[in-house]
Unconditional design. Sequence first.
Length: 518
Amino acid sequence: MVRDGPLLSLVIPARNDSYMGDFKWRFATCLNYLARNLDRIGRLGDVEVVVCDWNSDVPLHRELELSPAAAELVRFLVVPPEVARPIQRDSPFPIVLAQNAAIRRSRGTFIGQTDSDVLYTPATLLALLNLLEGRVPGVPIDRAYWAAPRRQLPYRQVQRRPSLRELDAYLLSSGSLLPQDQVGAGYAAPTALVLLHRDIWHACRGYDQRFLYWGWMDIDLALRVTQRYPLLYLSNFGVNLIHLEHYAQRNYQDPEHQPRRANFPDDDPAFEANDADWGLASHQLELARAERVVDVPETPPAAAGGVVEWDLTPWQVQEQLYASTVQGLLQQWRQVCRIDPADGNALTALAWYALTHTPRLYVEAGMIGATAAALVAAASPGVEVIGLVCWHREVRDETSLAYGAHYVLAGLGRHRAATRFLTGDPATAVERLAASHPGPLTVDLALVRVRDAATSAEQARQLGLYLAPGGALVLLASDATSLAPAAEALRQRHPQFTFLPFNDDITMLVLAARLRSG
């Protein structure tokens, strides 16, 4: 079949402001990620993105930095203040007007409304485009209301501002494990994508433009369209959408997060909304392209084993270790888990680093339980965990560890990413981990429980090879005589690191960083 436009149009309402913090970085990252992934699967020409830039004093197309592929993909529909303000009345951002304006000007056979901070992986794009082309038999693709729930990439991991390459690595292992928003039964909300054939959009006349404020407009659309068509979920067909979470603690009832006036629900809507001018059809609006077209380099992470300069003294690090935020988390943790008093300093170091540096990958060598890993996950939701399991089976076997870790990590509602256990010969565990890791192994935070002195020393030396610049490694021994050989072995292999012993003589914090003297 010959099309006179793209297979799919994605419409995104937006405005040049600081919505939920770091908006332009989140938006540009998602557009560049989408375009790069479409290009990689050879489908860039089958999709367009129409951004309705509503009421921006400085239009977004003048400021967003987009890659050449994204600049080819994206058109900006500019609704300037002189047009927007009279018709939005007292609404700060009338999303229905912006969405409809973009829908009316979309050229795709299918049109989907998505958000400015949603990630589309290559696997999701392949699944979605195959579905839209009718490659899945028995599916009424052009006569259904399609919705895609969203998974949340934890706020703390978003704060890291990961590169496109880092997003690839993270979503490869953790994408399908991230928490998915609970969708209201029959209401198909909240979602990251609502998709209809263009004929249905035009027949129902888009979103109901009475709903100028926050909420209900998406539920209203679902209620109207599903009077005539089935409600189907794209996630059933491999479409897995990742939302860049923008709340530290997501509470939609908190007025600090939702200060906007809410729309009044209408539980019995008519299928057809609005008048024939819906979507500002009679307005002549500018369609623009990005002006700041830049190369988005596929920069690899900094080489493991290096160091960074920190504007901190050892004394200031010690002050941070015993700050109220760190000690408060530990106090909460003591009410949740049984903590060995001998582990106190090691857990302090882990909590401090996880709270202040948001590790992406945590490795624990000599793991015999999940208390430390769960603490790191509580401080840095979304952290990936790898356990090199303790080889002393009389302490705890691998099966009980796996079950214990599952309940501690998942049961506390803190863990949001992949967990993996490596058993077998501990002397080769780090080597086997590096050889089997998808892509280069870079460890942000590690704990080495020093048991067998020679083996633990080798594990520490090897983990040092994969420690990210600015990363941290904690040594925890059963006695001072065991700590010294492991610390010295690590120091000889990695003299560039900073070694900070605790006064208990069994714990040491090792930083892939240089501190100021003083």
